[in-house]
Ligand binder design. Structure first.
Ligand code: G3P
Ligand code: CA
Length: 324
């Protein structure tokens, strides 16, 4: 009788407090790289809203500080590849002819028009078939504004899409007298992201900084060590002392094609042995390089190479593939 009563109370508790959608760290995850950047200019709030509607598991934010210490969602420490800064503030370029986010206040940054990415020297759009360069009325925005959008949509849709912020060039920020990491961790904590269960993955290319985040700053977040160079693959054991996953360039996983079938390096199996998830970048349907189709790329890496997730400019296509 007592056990039946306990069972009924348990059922009642579950129905009153349904479990939150589980953080999808244990399935293959789709990360909207700079938003739905294959369709709209990268890191614009519009690209983030479009990505959200495509149901990725996470939406990515690259973060750089403004002069007045506001974390801005932008890929580079420079402004001139994605904005009209050169025409609006011609006098603010540095000796290297570049315009730095850190030299502008948040208010000044908001006066800039954001465009599809282009080469500032030639003016040529990087991905020819994407959103037309210079069209539209897009603006820069802060990390807080983007979190508010994603958390607001999570409330209004009942979904639980995560954030995947990247600390950009911490050494540059330190040289400029700023601690980007401390500001980002405070923002994350203010918005409820403090543990691995909070649907946030924090990433960085700088290994010393990510190690500091875990060991000195005692962050309990899910941490991903980004990897740029092939020789860094030898450091997986060290990365596993503080990180939960690694984010290599996808080419570090490919070895060669033999009789029409891809062979792989030992990267994924070694990372998995160390308990590290593997989230390679970047899956682009319009930059296939060694693959003949996007389907081949997705099958090769997500299924055959057994990676755990993908950064993609086309979250709709990767989600559809995984569903299939
Ligand atoms: O952060 C992972 C992925 O975004 C790779 O780097 O250069 O696009 O920030 P990047
Ligand atoms: Ca990134």
């Amino acid at each position: 009788m007592k056990s039946i009563l306990l069972f009924l109370i348990g059922l009642l508790l579950i129905s009153c407090n349904p479990p939150k959608t589980e953080t999808p760290m244990n399935t293959k995850i789709v990360i909207a790289h700079r938003g739905a950047s294959g369709y709209l200019p990268e890191h614009t709030i519009e690209a983030k809203a479009m990505a959200y509607a495509m149901n990725p598991d996470f939406i990515e934010q690259d973060l750089v500080l403004s002069k007045d210490d506001v974390p801005i969602v932008i890929h580079d420490i420079y402004l001139d590849d994605v904005t009209d800064v050169a025409t609006k503030f011609p006098d603010k370029k540095r000796e290297d002819n570049r315009f730095y986010v850190i030299d502008f206040t948040f208010n000044e940054l908001q006066t800039l028009k954001v465009s599809e990415r282009f080469n500032p020297e030639t003016g040529k759009q990087v991905y020819a078939n994407r959103f037309p360069k210079g069209k539209g009325n897009f603006k820069l925005h802060s990390f807080k504004e983007e979190i508010a959008l994603i958390q607001g949509l999570n409330k209004s849709t009942g979904k639980n899409i995560g954030i995947y912020p990247e600390i950009k060039d911490p050494a540059f920020h330190q040289k400029e007298g700023k601690d980007l990491t401390a500001i980002v961790l405070k923002t994350l904590s203010d918005y409820g992201y403090t543990t691995k269960a909070d649907n946030c993955i924090l990433q960085c290319f700088d290994a010393k900084e990510l190690e500091r985040i875990r060991k000195e700053l005692k962050a309990d977040l899910f941490l991903v060590q980004l990897i740029e160079f092939p020789e860094e693959a030898k450091q997986l054991e060290y990365f596993a002392t503080y990180a939960d996953g690694v984010g290599p360039w996808y080419k570090q996983i490919l070895d060669k094609k033999v009789a029409g079938k891809w062979q792989f390096t030992s990267f994924v199996s070694e990372a998995h042995k160390l308990g590290l998830k593997v989230h390679p970048y970047t899956f682009r349907a319009d930059a296939l390089d060694e693959f003949t189709s996007f389907d081949e790329m997705m099958k090769t890496l997500l299924i055959d190479a057994n990676i755990d997730g993908a950064f993609t400019d086309f979250p709709d296509k990767v989600s559809a593939f995984l569903k299939k």
